[in-house]
Design a protein around this ligand. Structure first.
Ligand SMILES: NC(=O)c1ccc[n+]([C@@H]2O[C@H](COP(=O)([O-])OP(=O)(O)OC[C@H]3O[C@@H](n4cnc5c(N)ncnc54)[C@H](O)[C@@H]3O)[C@@H](O)[C@H]2O)c1
Length: 339
């Protein structure tokens, strides 16, 4: 059921894997109708489409021609973002593209050029920007509750069993390892909470035998706001929590991702110690998709937009260059690599 100002929007999802399913549930949670599902794997497309009464396709062009969605979520692996994104932009369809924007800078720039040329709404799936604990700390940070921020630290780490058998560790598809998987979220969090990035240095290592991408990484970043950032990521550490913390001159704000449903925000001061903040439990993907649908209905650009997606990939590109790794596409992002 829609309310005033929430006219129904027919949407489609390309890529019927784990994030495709997540987007479908979030569209349903936001009251939108998913009219079509597209996947190169017909059985996957049919299974997801069948579960919601949508039409299944294996070809994006046919789906755009026949189903006429007003918006499309692109939930394919990163190397497969560019083709459906260009096709949908050409049809004037709003785009929600999962992170990272693409597997390399050149296709990411192609997508950005098409989005700007056709004037379509394009949001990137940096879902942490819509995560309640992150929004709680942003509000308190901006209200000056920890004084001046002086250090940013973010760790996303877990054990990715069997990663060697997935596209996540295929450099041609993912464009990298842990940096492209989770550090892309961390870099966006730095940009969302602290500011732009103009310096990046990396330390990368590979623990899993036979892997040709990094499975452990540390980034050092900084920008015009002069708040150094440390970004850690691992696919090989089963113990220990993921955490985001901003240290300030009067206290700290952060998110303990080991608590609650994917994290609880906290504030800590020398006087009161660490205090966890209450959550309503609103789902970040539903919040993200509501925000996207509002932008599509209003035809207005919204953040995180395609340029936010491009800026994070430029930082990742600079990180790989800082350790001498060649990149598949020309860089020239202007980010200092400290090398
Ligand atoms: N926002 C997040 O927190 C988050 C979490 C996980 C993954 N992701 C991102 O979501 C995207 C998808 O990841 P996933 O885990 O769902 O992958 P997945 O492997 O589970 O699903 C990908 C699906 O895309 C299909 N596909 C491949 N090429 C296609 C093409 N050309 N056209 C149509 N379908 C195609 C595959 O058959 C598969 O069903 C990636 O960009 C990934 O980085 C985001």
């Amino acid at each position: 059921m829609t309310t005033a100002g929430e006219s129904p929007v027919g949407v489609a999802v390309v890529g019927a894997g784990s994030m495709g399913g997540q987007h479908v549930r979030a569209y349903q949670g936001a009251g939108a109708e998913v009219v079509a599902i597209c996947d190169v794997d017909a059985a996957r497309a049919e299974a997801l489409a069948g579960s919601i009464g949508a039409r299944a396709y294996t070809d994006v062009d046919s789906m755009l021609d026949e189903a006429h969605p007003a918006a499309v979520s692109i939930c394919t692996p990163p190397a497969q973002h560019v083709a459906p994104a260009l096709a949908a932009a050409e049809c004037g369809v709003g785009l929600l593209i999962e992170k990272p924007l693409a597997n390399a800078l050149a296709p990411a720039r192609e997508i950005a050029d098409a989005v700007h040329r056709h004037g379509v709404v394009c949001m990137i799936g940096f879902c942490h920007r819509f995560h309640e604990p992150v929004l709680q700390i942003k509000e308190r940070l901006e209200a000056g509750e920890i004084g001046r921020p002086v250090l940013f630290r973010n760790r996303f780490a877990y054990e990715f069993e069997g990663v060697e058998n997935t596209w996540f560790s295929d450099p041609a598809v993912a464009g990298g390892g842990t940096l492209m998987d989770t550090s892309v979220h961390s870099l966006d969090l730095y940009r969302f909470l602290i500011g732009d990035i103009d310096r990046v240095a990396a330390e990368l290592d590979t623990v899993t035998p036979g892997l040709s991408v990094e499975d452990n990484s540390v980034l050092l970043v900084n920008g015009p706001t002069r708040v150094p950032g440390i970004i850690e990521a691992s696919w090989t550490t089963p113990a220990g929590d993921s955490e985001l913390i901003i240290f300030g001159t009067e206290g700290n704000l952060g998110v303990d991702y080991g608590q609650g449903d994917f994290g609880v925000a906290f504030i800590e001061t020398p006087q009161a110690g660490r205090r966890m903040l209450d959550r309503s439990g609103v789902n970040r993907f539903v919040t993200e998709i509501r925000h996207f649908l509002d932008a599509v209905r209003g035809g207005q650009d919204t953040r995180p937009n395609v340029d936010d997606g491009l800026r994070t990939l430029e930082a990742i590109d600079a990180a790989y260059l800082s350790v001498g790794q060649s990149r598949p596409s020309p860089s020239g992002s202007g980010i200092n690599t400290n090398s």
